[in-house]
Write a protein that binds this ligand. Structure first.
Ligand SMILES: Cc1cc2nc3c(=O)[nH]c(=O)nc-3n(C[C@H](O)[C@H](O)[C@H](O)COP(=O)(O)O)c2cc1C
Length: 362
């Protein structure tokens, strides 16, 4: 039997992929100000349906989950109807698409919150730095710490959004965004979680919120349609943890019992996405710990991705930035066609420019 490469089909839980090239989730801020997906999004995702699997941009589970302008939701019938046009367009081209579910937690601002309320988080600790708001940069506010009795409502909101995404909007599954410093990650790491109830303190307690969300979402749509994304060494959004190896091996070991469709880990091999040389690499450890399909991300190209698949470091590889300016990325990787570079000025927000006007290779 030959070793797998990017063009070897694979099954992630209940989802069959024609190749192992996954489009990584990317916020592009082209939804309406009402958070409803727009027709240009339908075209954007359809253009990229040659990926074995598309993971959508991060998508709100509730009306208090938003932290950036023009990011979509999936928590009302109107959201689901608009997303249905996106998933139909991807499926019509033979693609597969899951929605990335997020709640941003403290990475928000009262201007995005119902009634101008403070954003919620595990603890009342502001992120250092400033937030992009669409009305200029603003300092991150100090969030309001969630009361213990509020947590079941959030868990249920993830499950409700997952059910709506699969049953009404036609997604093939969901990815839980537990990476990059948003709400679930804020619970996991001790830099942002100073709680003294059952959701804070020990590694077991800090993992509780993610595990409860995973359990509820798995019960709603099936664990074989549920994936989880982690960034164990990530520092984006002012994140830190005193012992990430202990935390994330516990988290991943505990996730094994669900039989998830996949685990998606962000840890670049080299370059700006990679951890500093003195930082212990966690992807290899988590690969050995996780018993299901393992997806890796962060600065991969054809050669490094094929090597990761051949040496067993991962079962699938996701590509983010390369998909922006190369809608036909799988074809280009197969043919060795040089990749176009995206215009950074149009990455977030705007219209079809820098979004759906990148051509496929001739
Ligand atoms: C414009 C842009 C938006 C992104 N939005 C998200 C997001 O919504 N959710 C997420 O988990 N990661 C997001 N990311 C991170 C990417 O999924 C990916 O981890 C990162 O780009 C590294 O992979 P790459 O080197 O293949 O691009 C975003 C990255 C970019 C460049």
């Amino acid at each position: 039997m030959s070793l797998p490469d990017l063009f070897t089909p694979v099954r992630l839980g209940a989802i069959d992929l024609a190749n192992r090239i996954v489009m990584a989730p990317m916020t592009r801020s082209r939804a309406g100000t009402d958070t409803i997906p727009t027709p240009v999004m339908e075209q954007y995702y359809a253009q990229r349906a040659g990926a074995g699997l598309i993971i959508s941009e991060a998508t709100q589970i509730s009306d208090d989950a938003q932290g950036y302008p023009n990011t979509p939701g999936v928590h009302t019938p109107a959201h689901a109807a608009a997303w249905r046009r996106v998933t139909d367009a991807v499926h019509a081209r033979g693609g597969r698409i899951v929605v990335q579910l997020w709640h941003v937690g403290r990475i928000s601002h009262p201007m995005f919150q119902p009634g101008g309320a403070l954003p919620v988080a595990p603890s009342a600790i502001a992120a250092a730095g400033e937030l992009y708001t669409g009305e200029g940069m603003k300092p991150f506010p100090t969030p309001r710490a969630l009361e213990t009795h509020e947590i079941p409502r959030l868990v249920a909101a993830f499950a409700d959004a997952a059910r709506r995404a699969v049953v009404e909007a036609g997604f093939d599954g969901v990815e839980l965004h537990a990476a990059n410093g948003y709400l679930i990650d804020q619970f996991l790491r001790d830099g942002t979680n100073h709680r003294t109830d059952a959701y804070g303190g020990s590694v077991e307690n800090r993992a509780r919120f993610l595990l409860e969300v995973t359990e509820a979402v798995s019960a709603a749509i099936g664990a074989d349609r549920t994936g989880v994304r982690l960034s164990p060494n990530g520092t984006f959004n002012d994140m830190r943890d005193s012992n990430p190896a202990a935390l994330f091996t516990h988290v991943v070991g505990a996730l094994n019992r669900f039989g998830l469709a996949f685990l998606h880990v962000i840890e670049g091999l080299d370059g700006p996405m990679a951890p500093a040389p003195e930082v212990e690499r966690l992807a290899p450890l988590l690969r050995r710990t996780f018993t299901g399909p393992f997806m890796i991300n962060g600065g991969y190209d054809r050669a490094t991705a094929d090597r990761a698949l051949a040496d067993g470091s991962a079962d699938v590889v996701s590509f983010g930035v390369p998909f922006i300016a190369n809608p036909d990325l799988p074809t280009r990787l197969r043919d060795g066609t040089p990749l176009a570079q995206p215009d950074r000025a149009t990455m977030y927000g705007g219209d079809e420019r820098g979004y759906t006007d990148y051509p496929a290779a001739a």
